[in-house]
Design a binder for this molecule. Structure first.
Ligand code: NAD
Ligand code: 6OD
Length: 484
């Protein structure tokens, strides 16, 4: 049976305690994950600290950048291993993982290697009170030992989105992958060794959150900063752990994102865009759209068109050609999503399509499948419209004016992303200015430029990563004043 080991100080480490990793498509056991205890977490923090003071800390930026390029190249060389590992863990379609997850895994190293190589720094000459001059300049030092706590929906992409810039800035990291998706973080350990990244720079500890590796890592006093992607309530727990020692956090959290479709939008593009934002990765994308608001003149036609798109999605296992929708990640998560499907019916929603579980043949019947689902007719106060479901479903409601669309989009404690569909420039810019989110897509969704700021407003996050914004989190800026 496959064993997912911890990766500490360049070595793969077994522990006495294991838990099973299951495939979402049929619930078969993929292997045994070795859970890290306090001892292993402590060893990982110690190794990361030693590397910071050793070869890695002393390495020139030029050499570091070369190594990060080598990491990216090795991910690409082992593209198929990463692809197979990621789709086994998540059940997502091969076509999706091969176009987004794995290429981004490599790109996250190259982009930040380029940025760190070219980042400008500030320097000023100033007059001193005694009539002389002084030179003031800034030095960037690594933040130190960084804990990277990750979710299961885009495991490699979201982990490397943080590991890439953290290493580029000269930090060392300890990754705690989700207990649901241990594979690609472990594989990355092999990559680090293969290209000669010094021992202790990249470490992986497996396990759960509370009472396990997640909690041990985030409360460890040897950790200088914590970068986390996951649920907002987990962010609250991690923030409490980070308070001890006043350690900085960067949080990418949950959302209840609105899609706004104006009557003047390119209809077909808007339908295709909302189909993607509601159903990609089986709705398990933090940026996904679970509330769709459509301007009244096109409401009925839009609902009908979205229904046809949802019904045309092929539900099935990763490798089957044409599959658009995989399973949910786990039985537990499916129970949560189906709970919302039941609640919607109980609250009197019109179920436009879906609302249940598809019939799957043979062993697939054991997988965590749900139907893509659309609802109309619920009040804005309904939990279906208020709470993050994280499944392939959305509620569609009509609106009349731009003011109303803005008010609806903002009526949530979350503030991650909005997708707006209109051909009117003034409307587009007004929406972009007034929606309370970190990311606003106009006539697009999940269009990414890694040099730009990424993150959430309100309860959807703290801070921004991407481009130079990542450097702000992963470095300490020191001012040096030299009297000349
Ligand atoms: P989660 O918060 O349950 O778990 C994320 C990670 O935190 C896991 O590794 C888990 O083991 C760990 N963890 C849990 N409790 C912990 C604790 N007390 N201390 C330390 N670690 C702990 O999230 P999930 O279910 O894996 O992912 C889905 C959630 O992530 C959704 O809410 C989604 O919106 C969010 N998400 C946000 C973004 C973003 O960019 N804003 C991206 C992806 C996912
Ligand atoms: O594209 C990214 O960098 C990113 N952080 C995406 C997040 C997706 C959430 O599920």
């Amino acid at each position: 049976m496959h064993q997912y080991l911890n990766f500490i100080n360049g070595e793969f480490v077994a522990t006495g305690k294991t838990f099973e990793n299951h495939a979402p498509v049929d619930n078969r056991v993929l292997g045994l994950v070795h859970e890290a205890g306090e001892r292993e977490v402590d060893a990982a923090v110690g190794a990361a600290r030693a590397a910071l003071k050793g070869d890695w800390g002393r390495m020139s930026v030029v050499k570091r950048v070369e190594l990060l390029y080598a990491v990216a190249d090795e991910i690409n060389r082992r593209f198929d291993d990463f692809l197979q590992a990621e789709v086994a863990d998540t059940g997502k379609p091969l076509s999706l993982a091969s176009h987004i997850d794995i290429p981004r895994g490599a790109a996250n190293f190259k982009v930040f290697a380029d940025i760190v190589k070219n980042v400008p720094t500030e320097s000023f000459e100033m007059a001193t009170p005694d009539g002389g001059t002084a030179l003031s300049y800034a030095l960037r030092s690594p933040l130190g030992v960084v804990a990277v706590v990750c979710p299961w929906n885009l495991p490699l992409l979201l982990m490397t989105w943080k590991v890439g810039p953290a290493l580029a800035c000269g930090n060392t990291v300890i990754v705690k992958p989700s207990e649901e998706t241990p594979a690609t973080a472990t594989l990355l350990g092999e990559v680090m060794n293969a290209v000669g990244v010094p021992k202790g720079v990249y470490n992986v500890v497996h396990g759960f959150g509370p009472g396990s590796a997640g909690e041990f890592l985030t409360r460890h006093p040897g950790v200088n900063g914590i970068t986390f992607t996951g649920e907002t309530r987990t962010g609250e727990a991690i923030m409490a752990a980070a308070a001890k020692g006043v350690r900085p956090v960067s949080f990418e959290l949950g959302g209840k994102n609105a899609g706004i479709v104006f009557a003047d939008a390119d209809f077909d593009k808007a339908v295709a865009g909302i189909t993607r934002s509601a159903f990609e990765n089986c709705g398990q994308v933090c940026l996904g759209t679970e509330r769709v608001y459509v301007q009244r003149p096109i409401f009925d036609r839009f609902v009908q068109a979205l229904k046809e798109k949802a019904q045309a999605l092929k539900v099935g296992p990763s490798e089957e050609p044409g599959v658009g929708l995989g399973p949910l990640i786990s039985a537990e998560h499916r129970a949560k999503v189906l709970g919302y499907y039941e609640k919607a019916k109980a609250e009197g929603a019109t179920v436009v399509t879906g609302g249940g579980v598809p019939d799957m043949p043979g062993a697939l019947a054991q997988g965590h499948w749900v139907q893509p689902t659309l609802w109309t007719g619920l009040p804005e106060s309904s939990p279906i419209v208020r709470e993050e479901i994280f499944g392939p479903c959305c509620h569609i409601a009509p609106f009349d004016t731009v003011d109303e669309a803005i008010a609806l989009a903002n009526a949530t404690h979350y503030g991650l992303a909005t997708t707006v569909w209109t051909q009117n420039l003034a409307t587009a810019h007004r929406m972009a200015r007034e929606v309370e989110v970190g990311l606003c897509w106009i006539n697009s969704w999940f269009l990414r430029d890694l040099r730009t700021a990424f993150g959430g407003a309100k309860a959807s996050g703290i801070g921004r990563e991407g481009g130079v914004h990542s450097l702000e989190f992963y470095t300490e800026l020191r001012n040096v004043m030299v009297k000349l």
